[in-house]
Design a protein around this ligand. Sequence first.
Ligand code: NDP
Length: 461
Amino acid sequence: MPQFDYDLFVIGAGSGGVRASRVAAAFGARVAIAEHYRVGGTCVIRGCVPKKLLVYASHFHEDFEDASGYGWTVSGSSFSWPILIANKNREIARLEGIYSKLLENSKVTVHRGRASLIDTHTVKVGDRQVTADSILVATGGWPNLPKIPGIEHCITSNEAFELAVQPGRVLIVGGGYIAVEFAGIFRGLGSEVTVSYRGDQILRGFDEDVRAHLSREIGKKGIDIELRSNVRGVEKLPDGTLRATILNGQAERTIDCDAVMYATGRRPATKGLGLEEAGVRLDDDGGVVVDEYGRSSVPGIFAVGDVTNRIALTPVAIREGLGVATTLFGGGAPVRIDHNDVPSAVFSQPPVGTVGMTEAQAIASCDQVEIYQADFRPMKATLSGRDERTMMKLIVDAKSQRVLGAHMVGGDAPEIIQGIGIAVKAGLTKQQFDATVGIHPTAAEELVTMREKRSVSRAAT
Ligand code: NDP
């Protein structure tokens, strides 16, 4: 008789948890997974996937405008938020069904309900207790809201995906991925959008030129970005209007709007899981501290994805899930996940694609850095007349000539940088980029034809 009910019990059926359970089951392990909400997790249910659908929807407005320069007359266009949300919900339900079917076909037992640890080998789901040799925590993250007066009137991206009515005026608080992406969505769909960010420039941590370029471009679309500003409180007026008080330096003013959306980061979802009681070490944000193999401080308890508070990206969680399952049941050497040179994108409008080091990071790690940069009007904008510019930047170590980073703001940047990510990950040099023939006419050909450089030495900075 096996000592435990399962070989692996996974808590959380999101990207990381589902991948880990399927891979473990394919290795012959007896696997169960618990989910208290919907199978698919943040990415599928209220993150990447619905967000991208909304981004598509919001771009038509400009596409219709741009069409006229190409000889088209587009008349009578109108937009229905309820239709968009209903269609999006249908697609999400379809994907959720596919995820559930994948688990079923993999012979993974799904426990519906909130799971918590009783001890290092026992999990409680609802009123059931099950035992497992190993436990994988893959519970993701949850929006983090500061405690300001009136926060109960505000929404997060979770609710933004489900609003019954499109807000005409939206205040978005934060300057990260979610803030910038939703600013573009609401603006593209016709809402008035203000972004309130506490820092000097949006997208902290990204290359400075990316930040400045994107800020200019989204400003041109009529998004009001209030830098160095803090929302002090939100009041609900009798007619339902939300009045936010914003402190900008010494000046205080109010903004009236229909929705205040907080996009002020996400925290690992570890509350109530019984992890600390089981001896699992958490970091200051509540994230499960793990090593490069996903092992927590307690033998037999692992964690992957956003709950580990490392890189909160779906493809990273999927890799980590694969790694833990292969380490546990693959019968070979433990699998370590490489978190270097992870490409990422911000689905802003225009979008951002980035891989590798920023200029500042490169200067901090090399004596001499060469910067190749292009800023141009995309070809499509010639006939459309749209005032839009694309920015590309390669960061090269002067000594080895290795391309350390590639950054782009402009149409198709995520698609382009995904390809360039292979070259950066492979450690290719600028000469190897230059030896590659461009595809004409594309924006991406700039990345293999940039010849003018700017040199920056660490000593001079
Ligand atoms: P981010 O960490 O990207 O941004 C949070 C923003 O909120 C920052 O601008 C931060 O300011 C600000 N902020 C934090 N706390 C406060 C506060 N108390 N008051 C005012 N402002 C505050 O988080 P997001 O919520 O945008 O996204 C969470 C994560 O999800 C991302 O980091 C990313 O990993 C992932 N994600 C990825 C996407 C993609 O791949 N396209 C899309 C969406 C999310 P400051 O900079 O000063 O700290």
